[in-house]
Design a protein around this ligand. Sequence first.
Ligand SMILES: N[C@@H](CCC(=O)N[C@@H](CS)C(=O)NCC(=O)O)C(=O)O
Length: 241
Amino acid sequence: MIDLYTAATPNGHKISIALEELALPYKLIALDLAKREQKTPEFLAINPNGRIPAIVDRDADDFAVFESGAILVYLAEKTGKLMPSDTKGRSRVLQWLMFQMGGIGPMMGQANVFYRYLPEKIPTAIDRYQGESKRLFRVLDGHLKEHEYLAGDYSIADIANWAWVRTHRWSGVDIGDLPHLRRWRDQIRSRPAVQRGIERPHASLDLDDNDTSKERQFAASARSMLETGQSNTTGTTGNTQ
Ligand SMILES: N[C@@H](CCC(=O)N[C@@H](CS)C(=O)NCC(=O)O)C(=O)O
């Protein structure tokens, strides 16, 4: 059994999707980020960075893993699924996984902070992070023009990137002119395990609809995390990068 510490965010969804795809039994432990449950001493013992997601593998001497990319690799290697084991195939998956971890996630996370959460609107910062997110989306679109998935068969690289790309509207980045990215987004969204994964720990803001009151609520809760985090020694920024 795997304990999954999570919340309804893109990084959390990567892991619930992977666990659903792999049909691994898991126990969900939903942390309320606005109540700072990710900063308790108990959770910091599992993830010293004080952020979700994290897992504890009860079948492997309570081995704890934090950082969503590292968790995905751990789960893929544990099961021998969602990532090939040959050197080149594995490297291709890791390249697109790192692309998400080092690019898509941080850029969209900062776009959310400047576009949605901070009360002060700084146009150059918004343009910078939305522009860089869009540039990265174009890279994905160009690759997906020639490939069904990012790295050979459907893999943890697709899961990691998809969990963020689906939230493009929240970051204010349009994908109307990126047909291959939209094809891939829709194809992955149709997978039953993916649909279950994004409902864990509970249904999140539906990023494809325009419910402004829910949006306001979600942004207010993220904003409060951002503000309370400023003086905290664990360096929280309340964002989802
Ligand atoms: N690089 C980390 C990022 C984790 C992260 O930013 N998690 C966010 C939610 S998606 C979080 O826990 N935010 C709460 C906080 O900053 O206190 C990963 O991929 O696991």
